[in-house]
Design a binder for this molecule. Structure first.
Ligand code: UDP
Length: 539
């Protein structure tokens, strides 16, 4: 049984003695509970109390040592969802001497990564909140390798996507429920607690309406690297250069939020693009087989929903078409649009929205979590049914939102094809960004200035510099330089964009005045480099 932790790898008495003498040791990264990940030696878990325990001795270490600020509101977030009050982590404290009175500890020899899955029933949440953050947290700490043991503390059972979590390491992940099988007190020899939030791009609307995160720190490169590794682990191969056999994938849902005329949609796509159209659904085939199909598709068409996270397996240059039910504004629900738009994802995103009320089928009598509204006051039900646009709202139980998002839709083919054609016209040429690969210029070198006074009211300021060092190794379409000139003591400056590496300024340059001059390089209009050290130039 995989649950049996091999005690052979550690000497039990040595471990017990270390715990008794040295207690627990904790060293964390991050300044705030929202960006903290902690590494522990000998952190224990008491399954009876369902609490982690930090044992204090003379040589135990706790950094940061927050005192009671540890509870304001928590030491760290156990999931990648920021500052969610159901996802906080903390531990209890005991003197190491109390070990004498406690059940004999069982030691976990593996290096453990302890975390909460946020919503393991939903494929989008599985990828965005758990798999990507865990994958890159494991990249951050070298000993979290393929032998690492993942421990899920959110308390759920395996869930429908457990096979995906198993791809993260060679060891079977442990669930909170299983921890009690190891005894009343288990101690993790080495463990990390918390998840990196660096790879998440979407916030679900707990504090403000849902939308892209304010400060996205991940690019398509990291997402694609993750996708590639996962495909290898699933034994999915990406067919190379299959120009001959281009095809479109329609991802269908078979229980809720249906496309009611899916056959018609498939025919229309095949006709319009003269391509094969393949349908996939989570209910009908294995996840690996879906990834295999999507991995070589030219276009992915789907109703808004968690299944669209599979867009991250599309090849570069593919098109993502997301369909929205009546009264749902595509601009307000953008997890997949934001994913497609990450620099380096090279996906072309197009949305379509049902604007014809007669083409929607509502389900007022279903349970509330599937969009039913029968439990609401008559007046409120009437208001919702009459509304043609769901107003902005917070997560997660807004009945009007649920009512609309769980509608089934007859997709109006002419309007759908029109949206598609309009969107495809604007399709960018990816080659552009490939040229310099989105790399940034270095600092300009040898920046200097020379000045001369012409008359009592005129002066000249010549600024020159050399190109950044990395430019000679790069193919860059357009290289420009930006110069800022500020009169000392003023708080405004004059910006100039120049193609060459020196320039003599005479407009607005006064004699016997000190100017501060900044110079930087710009590749392809928007790739800014750093400013060189400021020049002090006295006329
Ligand atoms: N799901 C599915 N088929 C359906 C409806 C849902 O496979 O007909 C899956 C969906 O991909 C997601 C989970 O069930 O992983 C929850 O779906 P829900 O509609 O609650 O969430 P959403 O797709 O809106 O994120």
């Amino acid at each position: 049984r995989s649950q049996e932790l091999s005690q052979a790898h550690i000497d039990y008495h040595v471990a017990l003695q270390a715990l008794q003498e040295h207690g627990t040791r904790m060293v964390c990264t991050g300044k705030m509970h929202t960006d903290r990940i902690c590494r522990f030696d000998y952190l224990c878990y008491c399954s009876e109390a369902e609490e982690f325990v930090f044992f204090h001795s003379n040589s135990s270490v706790m950094l940061p040592n927050l005192g009671s600020r540890r509870f304001q509101p928590a030491l760290l977030d156990l999931s990648s969802v920021e500052d969610h009050n159901t996802q906080y982590f903390n531990f209890l404290e005991l003197p190491a001497a109390t070990l004498r009175f406690l059940p004999k500890p069982v030691f976990v020899p593996d290096v453990a990564l302890i975390l909460n899955r946020f919503n393991p029933d939903n494929l989008m949440h599985v990828f965005h909140d758990d798999l990507l953050p865990a994958f890159y947290t494991m990249k951050q700490f070298l000993d979290l390798d393929e032998d690492a043991r993942l421990v899920f503390m959110e308390g759920w059972d395996e869930g429908p996507h457990f096979h995906l979590y198993r791809l993260l390491s060679d060891k079977q992940p442990l669930l909170k429920e299983q921890l009690r099988n190891f005894g009343k007190l288990m101690c993790f020899t080495k463990s990390y607690i918390g998840l990196s939030k660096m790879t998440t791009w979407y916030q679900y609307g707990f504090v403000q309406p849902q939308g892209p995160k304010a400060n996205i720190l991940v690019s398509g490169n990291e997402i694609r690297h993750f996708a590639k590794v996962l495909m290898e682990k699933m034994n999915v191969t990406r067919a190379e250069g299959g120009q001959e056999d281009e095809y479109i994938v329609v991802f269908s849902r078979s229980s809720t939020r249906l496309i009611l005329n899916q056959a018609e949609l498939v025919m229309a796509l095949a006709q319009e693009f003269q391509m094969r159209v393949v349908t996939v659904s989570l209910e009908e085939q294995s996840f690996a087989s879906i990834v295999q199909v999507i991995g070589a598709a030219s276009m992915l068409v789907s109703m808004h929903g968690a299944q669209l996270i599979t867009a991250l397996f599309l090849p570069p240059g593919a098109v993502v078409v997301e369909l929205f039910p009546f009264a749902v504004n595509p601009d307000q629900y953008t997890p997949y649009r934001t994913l497609a738009a990450l620099p380096g994802m090279d996906l072309h995103y197009i949305s379509w929205r049902n604007t014809e009320e007669e083409n929607t089928i509502t389900h007022p009598d279903r349970p509330w979590e599937q969009g039913g509204i029968a439990h609401l006051e008559k007046e409120e039900q009437e208001r919702i049914v009459a509304s043609k646009d769901v107003p902005r709202h917070l997560c997660c139980r807004n009945p009007e939102w649920l009512f609309r998002i769980y509608q089934d839709t007859f997709v109006d083919i002419p309007s759908f094809l029109e949206a598609l054609q309009a969107g495809l016209k604007a399709k960018p040429v990816w080659k552009k960004s490939k040229l310099s690969g989105g790399l940034h210029p270095g600092r300009v070198r040898d920046a200097r200035c020379q000045t001369s006074v012409q008359t009592s009211s005129e002066a000249k300021l010549t600024v020159s510099w050399q190109m950044p060092w990395n430019l000679k190794y790069l193919k860059v379409r357009e290289v420009k330089y930006e110069v800022w000139i500020q009169e000392q003591g003023e708080n405004t400056y004059m910006p100039y964009i120049l193609p060459q590496q020196n320039y003599t300024f005479s407009d607005n340059i006064k004699p016997f005045t000190t100017y501060l001059v900044w110079v930087r390089c710009i590749f392809n209009k928007n790739l800014l480099g750093p400013f060189a050290d400021v020049l002090m130039c006295r006329t």
